[in-house]
Ligand binder design. Structure first.
Ligand SMILES: C[S@@+](CC[C@H](N)C(=O)[O-])C[C@H]1O[C@@H](n2cnc3c(N)ncnc32)[C@H](O)[C@@H]1O
Length: 349
């Protein structure tokens, strides 16, 4: 049975999906939304849209099933090598110093997809900060897509997922199982995963100062500006002052949040949660809007230039081909830089 979807139906679902999942479908991607809707309508035996509308409005479960067909889940181990260098050389040493207060370094991979991001961090902790595990570290992954969370929990990967994994880590932490590579059990046990919708309020989860480090890469680029703003505001509230936030290369906080300093080291950009007194200083110095005087997302330089990794052209978007009007940077998941390499020796902090 082929179900007909009128333009007005698609518009209705476009709004609903934006409101419930945060996902923005610009005109050039409406065909994708339509395919996903048709798939769910046919799977549920709905002859027309109106019954499905009612069902979707009342069933959280159906919204999550639909989300499985709407999300872009591309990821791989050690994606953006520079971020992982910052993670081992800046973030973890900094958080160890701050640990006295919080006791545990709590890491969140928000929009973790099939888990490669969280497990990349776990491998690095195991390699370079073995003493932290298990009592002083926690790594959590969340994603709205249940199929992805199931894959993360399974921790079996194809070669393509390991394309930027240093040979040393590949040999040490993966073993062949049929056509897959199974992640070492000890590394697997370092991360937990759960299905969770970033677009939903959940004060229990997003508690004040609940995390030290949040990776939320290549997620908000698919969101409406309102959804991106509220997700980042939740992240800001749950990061400790001085905690770190990593976004994808094509993503920026410009126009979204003033709660972070933009940091630039290791030929890459990342954010650090402002301390309360930073805001106070800015205000008393007459800088008014609380903007950082360091490399700040609020400074008028072009983010397009700043977020582009040095020496590499800004590749055109793979996942979105739209106009990019939502953000000042054209959405693209373009990857850049050299693959991750383990430092020759322990950096010795
Ligand atoms: C492109 S992947 C990014 C994976 C990883 N962070 C990386 O950069 O390699 C985006 C992920 O965000 C998830 N996502 C999209 N909307 C979400 C939402 N509302 N709540 C939680 N996760 C969401 C998708 O399911 C997908 O797995």
């Amino acid at each position: 049975m082929t179900v007909t979807l009128e333009r007005a139906d698609i518009e209705y679902f476009r709004l609903l999906v934006a409101r419930r999942l945060g996902l923005h479908f610009e005109n050039s991607r409406l065909a994708h939304l339509e395919d996903a809707l048709r798939h769910r309508l046919e799977a549920g035996g709905y002859g027309d849209c109106s019954r499905y509308r009612q069902h979707l409005l009342s069933s959280q479960q159906e919204m999550l099933m639909l989300a499985e067909h709407l999300t872009v889940c591309e990821t791989y181990f050690f994606r953006y090598a520079e971020h992982f260098r910052v993670f081992t050389e800046v973030v973890i040493p900094d958080r160890i110093r701050a640990q006295r207060e919080y006791r545990k370094i709590r890491i969140l991979s928000a929009g973790c997809a099939s888990g490669e991001e969280a497990y990349s961090m776990a491998m690095l902790i195991r390699e370079m900060f073995a003493d932290l595990f298990p009592t002083h570290i926690s790594i959590r992954g969340i994603d709205v897509n249940a199929a992805m969370v199931a894959r993360a929990l399974r921790a079996r990967y194809g070669l393509w997922s390991l394309r930027d994994t240093p040979d040393e880590l590949r040999t040490k932490y993966f073993r062949g199982e049929g056509r897959d590579l199974a992640l070492d059990r000890a590394v697997k046990s370092m991360a937990t995963f759960e299905q969770r919708n970033l677009a939903e309020e959940d004060p229990q989860f997003w508690q004040h100062k609940a995390f030290d480090v949040i990776f939320c890469r290549n997620v908000i680029m698919y969101f409406t500006p309102e959804a991106a703003r509220s997700v980042i505001s939740r992240i800001a509230q749950s990061l400790v002052p001085g905690g770190f936030l990593f976004l994808g290369h094509a993503e920026t906080l410009r126009g979204i949040s003033q709660d972070f300093h933009l940091r630039h080291t290791h030929e890459t950009f990342y954010y650090q949660r402002r301390e309360a007194h930073d805001v106070h200083e800015d205000l008393t110095a007459g800088r008014g809007n609380g903007a950082s005087q360091m490399l700040s997302p609020n400074r008028p330089r072009s983010d397009r230039a700043r977020l582009r990794p040095r020496g590499r052209p800004h590749a055109p978007g793979k996942a979105l081909s739209g106009s990019g009007r939502r953000h000042s940077v054209r959405p693209t998941e373009a990857d850049a830089g050299k693959p991750f390499q383990l430092p020759a020796s322990h950096p010795g902090w």
